[in-house]
Design a protein around this ligand. Structure first.
Ligand SMILES: [Fe+2]
Length: 281
């Protein structure tokens, strides 16, 4: 079962103002749901316009050192969708990394994104920090699960170093208070959280999938969800509902002390409003 936690609002964190010269800014983008068609829409919203606008905002406001994209990269299982994503990310000139979501087709994603498509468990270094990427998908399912092999490998990799660490995956490992989404998280999310808590160097678990900001604290371990670059789901809603808040992203400022600050930044408005009356997708 996913773990039960208490969420907080999306208010910051101190933000980049507290960054030291050696701090690194990491931007989390998630759930772009791109299409082959440049005008392709999810619930009436053109997702390519949303992704490009959020990426531009992140580059301007956060001046990141690296980008991560936590799944649901492409909605229509098209090579063209992944190619557009790669073009846009390559054009930033920054290091970038992706994990797969339940809407992704791994074979296409790997074909186009190459070694930047990460899974089932892979570790990358970013300055003094470690980033551990997990593939949480269950084939054919909306929800996710981590295998025993992944959890064993994670335990082993974490024990190999003491650098401050972030774990990144698509599905949420804890209940977030949206009943319709809470059945679609990591089935054994409580095991992931318990494992992370045995390794105090793990500072946070970051995820996508929920299309909304989320933040909770568990004895020094942060659980952090981010708004999608596409449509937003309404927090605390028992059934499917869209939120009027515009698309956005999460910024993390990783200090060399092992502490971090984080905040959510959003567009001023949807590039083109989705159909807010939609009851599912
Ligand atoms: Fe999604």
């Amino acid at each position: 079962m996913p773990a039960t936690v208490t969420r907080s609002c999306e208010a910051p964190a101190k933000g980049q103002e507290s960054a030291s010269p050696t701090s690194l800014r990491l931007v989390q983008l998630t759930d772009p749901h791109l299409f082959r068609d440049p005008e392709g829409c999810l619930l009436g919203m053109p997702t390519r316009a949303g992704f490009e606008a959020v990426l531009a905002l992140a580059l301007e406001r956060s001046r990141p050192h690296a980008l991560v994209v936590t799944g649901d990269l492409v909605h229509d299982e098209s090579l063209a969708g992944y190619r557009v994503l790669r073009e846009r990310l390559d054009a930033t000139g920054l290091p970038w990394f992706c994990v797969a979501g339940n809407h992704d087709r791994w074979s296409l994603m790997r074909q186009v994104l190459g070694a930047r498509a990460l899974g089932p468990i892979e570790l990358r270094e970013l300055g003094h920090w470690r980033l551990v990427f997990l593939d949480s998908r269950l084939p054919g399912e909306t929800g996710g699960r981590l295998s025993a092999e992944q959890l064993r490998a994670l335990d082993k990799r974490l024990a190999e170093g003491r650098a401050p660490t972030l774990i990144l995956l698509h599905h949420h490992p804890a209940l977030i208070g949206c009943h319709w989404l809470d059945g679609m998280g990591v089935e054994n999310g409580a095991e992931l959280i318990a494992l992370a808590q045995r390794h105090p160097e793990v500072r946070a678990i970051l995820f996508g999938h929920i299309h909304q900001a989320f933040s909770a604290q568990l004895d020094g371990l942060s659980l952090l969800g981010a708004p999608a670059t596409s449509v937003q789901f309404l927090p605390h809603s028992p059934t499917f509902a869209l939120d009027h808040k515009p698309p956005g992203y999460r910024e993390l400022c990783l200090h060399d002390t092992g502490d971090f600050d984080t905040r959510i930044l959003r567009l001023a408005r949807y590039p083109s409003a989705p159909c807010f009356a939609a009851q599912g997708y």
